[in-house]
Design a protein around this ligand. Structure first.
Ligand code: GTP
Length: 370
């Protein structure tokens, strides 16, 4: 529930019971209330003088004069003060009376009246009221008891004004605290997000989105350790695109980039979720295939990659070397990478030789035909 949906009495949790408790706290009895009510006519007679004198005295203080500011405000304040004095001698100190006192506390806080100025104003008003009561009540006992009753009631009022003042200060602190908590939470969230982005950036290759070679050794080592614990085979594939330099040179670097991206997407697409695909650098890629025998890697994985690349391009080819390690003995990380690289290189050379001899054969056929 919003603050503005609650009355001040609700906000301050002030009920009839609380009012009775407070009256009791200051020994404000029904006899006191009767005495105050009985003084109403004499106060009414002196009302104009009391209010006028009160502001005369108040505005003598430059700080207070500055706070009041102008004649219109002074008039409005004088009107409110008249009402307060009338209320003081009304004999009715109920929820409505208390609500008005609470509002005064809130208004004082809002316009920046410090407690010391409020207290000095109360002191001035009380002195003027005491003077009027003293001058106009003949019976000594009644006079003394009425002065006492007024003192108790004014204390009762002061506590209400102060309670609202303090509560308003506390609300401001709470609001500021909520704001700074929210700010800290937002900041934490942003840091978390940014850290994740940075981690992701450091994990992946910006061009292809595959894993970055920086993490190859660590990943491979942990895959090998896990495989060793479960006695499972691991395959490591080293793949190199053929003739990327030629493509770059003839069709431009951007075209070469598109080929690299397409190739990387294909590698990712044909791999299983548990496989880790890396861009090793330039036009070289590596795939770690946990729990995979070389037969399956060649018959299924390599075949799938071949088919998929063929579907996507009729001129991109590549060389691949697949090495299995485990389930009995396991190669060291560097050795596994080296062997797969050697095998890939060997296959590439074989393919180049095949290409050269088929070119020579074609040339010979051509010459014969000529
Ligand atoms: N477009 C593009 N080219 C790259 C990138 N990284 C490396 N290259 C190029 O890839 C080419 C790789 O050349 P080589 O290692 O000779 O390989 P190749 O031309 O594929 O020849 P073979 O491997 O023998 O088939 C070089 O020209 C590099 O400049 C890249 O991010 N984008």
């Amino acid at each position: 529930m919003k603050q503005t949906e609650k009355t001040l009495l609700e906000q301050m949790k002030i009920s009839e019971f609380e009012i009775a408790q407070r009256k009791h706290l200051f020994s404000l009895t029904s006899d006191d209330i009767k005495l105050l009510k009985a003084s109403k006519p004499l106060i009414d007679r002196n009302l104009d003088y009391i209010v006028q004198k009160f502001y005369e005295l108040q505005t003598e203080n430059p700080e207070i004069a500055l706070l009041i500011g102008d004649a219109d405000t002074l008039q409005r304040l004088a009107h409110a003060q008249r009402k307060y004095v009338v209320d003081l001698f009304s004999g009715l100190y109920d929820l409505e009376y208390v609500n008005n006192r609470l509002r005064i506390g809130l208004v004082h806080k809002r316009i920046g009246v410090e407690p010391k100025l409020y207290l000095s104003a109360i002191y001035t008003l009380k002195s003027l009221l005491n003077e009027a009561l003293r001058d106009n009540i003949q019976d000594q006992d009644i006079r003394i008891n009425t002065l006492n009753a007024l003192e108790k009631l004014m204390y009762f009022d002061i506590t209400l004004v102060f309670d609202t003042y303090i509560r308003s200060l506390l609300s401001e602190i709470e609001i500021e605290k909520e704001k700074s908590d929210q700010y800290a939470m937002d900041l934490e969230e942003k840091i978390k997000e940014r850290t994740m982005q940075l981690e992701e950036m450091s994990r992946t290759d910006p061009l292809t989105g595959l894993l970055n070679v920086r993490h190859l050794n660590d990943t491979l080592t942990s895959v090998l350790r896990a495989a060793q614990r479960r006695s499972e085979p691991v395959c490591f594939a080293y793949i190199d695109i053929n003739d990327l330099k030629k493509m770059n040179d003839t069709k431009g670097h951007q075209f070469g980039d598109e080929i690299l991206k397409m190739f990387a997407q294909t590698v990712r697409a044909v791999s299983r979720a548990e496989d880790s695909c890396f861009r090793y650098g330039g036009d070289e890629f590596c795939v770690i295939l946990p729990n995979c025998e070389s037969d399956a890697a060649i018959d299924i994985y390599k075949k799938r990659l071949e088919d998929e690349i063929e579907k996507r391009s009729n001129f991109v080819s590549y060389s691949i070397g697949v090495i299995q390690t485990g389930p009995q003995d396991y190669l060291e990380t560097e050795e596994l990478i080296r062997q797969a690289d050697d095998l890939m290189y060997h296959r590439k050379e074989q393919a180049k030789q095949r290409q050269t001899s088929s070119d020579v054969l074609e040339l010979r056929h051509k010459k014969l035909a000529d």
